[in-house]
Ligand binder design. Structure first.
Ligand code: CA
Length: 335
């Protein structure tokens, strides 16, 4: 039994060690081509060969983790037309005020500006043209889809769930982490050998995940482009050598905004911060966000220049991308 256990542990560790680098992480699915976070966008990302597929998670009224980037429903669905009376005083429609059954009545669209109705990304899937079958899905539904596609294709595509706004959820009397962890465990995502990276922007919650909640799987601390997170996390202090050393005892890697790794001047010259090297010095993986072919960082001359800066020059270990195929083509050529 002991030998079997050792063999299992070694085998699992070897499987993770053999993962390709850098990792192609499908940001909200193949969101460059289909409305974000729909099962269609996830299936397409799987087909395009993503190594990991991302799930942003918020809670429904009936406390079910659903796959949505925002705590609001009004920038990706027709909620304002379908349930006009259900907005809060601030004029917004909150996922937390709708049951899963109610959310299933909503039609998901390409992301748009709630005030003007204009598409956020003009050249993507036509806003308002998605068929009514494009729905919000629960975390469990998406995990079933990915497991099914892994079985039918023989691929091993991992998951990359993000706990959205734990402090806000707590203010509403909810605990997003406690709702999500048992579902991950039930679907086989519980240890560092499992193909799962759990991610969060709030350092207080990251510490809680490792402490009180006992998360044993891989954990990524996200680092925003701005100075502070809503829970008070001071990002500038985290990206120093000292800050990273403290993080190394807690997480497996960081997910910084691209601007924390590299920026471009007016002439198109890249200026590197050295963050990836500092993180690697304390054995932290670095998965920056987000590569968008139709929304390059300011001054960045091309998608190729962006990939080269992140992977060839900075040596990032993976990246969140809206365009799985184009990032995968770059890394496949470099692998
Ligand atoms: Ca995310």
């Amino acid at each position: 039994m002991k030998h079997l256990l050792i063999a299992l542990v070694c085998g699992a560790a070897a499987a993770v060690a053999a993962e390709p680098r850098p990792l192609v992480i499908a940001h909200r699915g193949a969101s460059g081509y289909l409305p974000e976070h729909t099962l269609e966008a996830k299936a397409y990302a799987h087909a395009l060969g993503a190594d990991y597929i991302e799930q942003d998670l918020v809670l429904s009224k009936d406390n079910v983790p659903v796959v949505l980037h925002d705590i609001h429903l009004d920038t990706t669905t027709d909620v304002a037309a379908r349930f006009p009376e259900r907005k809060r005083a601030d004029g917004r429609y909150y996922a937390l005020d709708f049951t899963v059954a109610e959310m299933k009545q909503l039609q998901v669209r390409e992301r748009f500006n709630a005030k003007t109705g204009a598409a956020v990304f003009a050249r993507r899937y036509p806003s308002g043209k998605a068929p009514a079958s494009y729905q919000i899905s629960t975390l469990e539904e998406e995990l079933q889809l990915i497991a099914g596609l892994n079985a039918s294709t023989g691929r091993k595509t991992g998951i990359y769930p993000e706990l959205k706004q734990p402090t806000w959820h707590r203010g509403q009397g909810r605990d997003i982490s406690k709702a999500v962890l048992p579902i991950l465990a039930r679907h086989g995502y519980a240890t560092k050998a499992d193909l799962c990276f759990l991610q969060c922007f709030e350092l207080t919650e990251v510490k809680r995940l490792r402490g009180e909640l006992g998360w044993q799987g891989r954990l990524i601390f996200l680092i925003g482009a701005g100075a502070k997170e809503v829970d008070g996390t001071d990002y500038a202090a985290q990206v120093t050598a000292e800050g990273l050393r403290a993080l190394a005892g807690l997480v497996d890697g960081i997910g910084p905004a691209i601007s924390r790794i590299v920026t471009w001047d007016e002439s198109g010259a890249a200026k590197h911060t050295g963050l990836v090297a500092r993180a690697h010095a304390v054995k932290l993986a670095v998965h920056p966000y987000t590569v968008r072919a139709d929304d390059l960082p300011k001054g960045c001359p091309s998608l190729d220049a962006l990939h080269a800066a992140l992977f060839r020059d900075a040596k990032a270990d993976g990246v969140f991308t809206d365009f799985t195929d184009r990032t995968k083509a770059w890394v496949d050529a470099a692998r």
